[in-house]
Design a protein around this ligand. Sequence first.
Ligand SMILES: NC(=O)c1ccc[n+]([C@@H]2O[C@H](COP(=O)([O-])OP(=O)(O)OC[C@H]3O[C@@H](n4cnc5c(N)ncnc54)[C@H](O)[C@@H]3O)[C@@H](O)[C@H]2O)c1
Length: 269
Amino acid sequence: MAGQVEGKIALVTGGASGIGEAIVELFAREGATVVATDIDELRGPELAKRVTKAGGNAIFLEQDVTSEERWIEIVAEIAKRYGRLDIMVANAGIGIAVPSITDMTLSDWHKQNAINLDGVFLSVKHCLPLMRKHGSGSIIMMSSLAGLRGAPGLAAYSLTKGGVRLFAKSIAMECAAAGDGIRVNSVHPGIIDTPIWGKIPTGASGAGQNAPIDPEERAKVATPLGRAGQAAEIASGVLYLASDASRYVTGTELVIDGGMNAGGVPRRA
Ligand SMILES: NC(=O)c1ccc[n+]([C@@H]2O[C@H](COP(=O)([O-])OP(=O)(O)OC[C@H]3O[C@@H](n4cnc5c(N)ncnc54)[C@H](O)[C@@H]3O)[C@@H](O)[C@H]2O)c1
């Protein structure tokens, strides 16, 4: 049986870890040729090797999503190798937490915005022209539950994810108006058990100190389904948006959060 994204060329940013890694693996299993990019030059090549060994098609290219120069090179490389791009997942992101917004330094504010917003803008600016050449495609932007609801201590992160949510809708409308066959949607994970929780800097400066947050502990209390989500559970939603199964879906937001956005339930003993 043909895979759900058989024969498609897909780019996944932040593809070396967590949700991105799960997307790369799932897309490859479902028949896509996947270009995984990331700043992580250790995990990225290992992932591409693992996927290839399992019979899939994946390559790794080092990329900092905040560099416009590198975006130009990445898209040129994809055009040269494959001549097209069908799926683009703007997934790379970081979270910087502070006790209060008054503790946030301007440089951390800029860093948060540079990766989570500038990176997404550049992904669309540079990938869209290549995607448009074939008259169809799917862009998926990784937002967050924090892009739908306030997140104390993560106000800057929340701002970026709220921005991504409306950016996706606006680009969806631009593409629809252009009749270019490209669909654009955002995905909103709740608390997902990935390495990001161990990387959230929580010092007053937003840098330096690193007190890892246990997503499972947090999710037990905050999530109606009573557990953290797995990266693969986000990847399956992304696969739906990438595949032709969602061909009538654009400008929407797919919330995958164990019920958090719907409300609260009394905690089980
Ligand atoms: N894990 C969660 O609970 C959760 C919840 C909501 C949204 N998200 C979002 O999902 C996305 C993936 O997060 P994750 O949980 O898999 O985290 P992760 O830390 O496991 O993966 C993020 C990847 O992005 C890469 N990255 C960071 N800065 C980069 C840059 N400048 N250029 C290129 N790559 C860069 C990292 O090296 C890493 O491989 C992020 O956008 C995150 O905000 C995660």
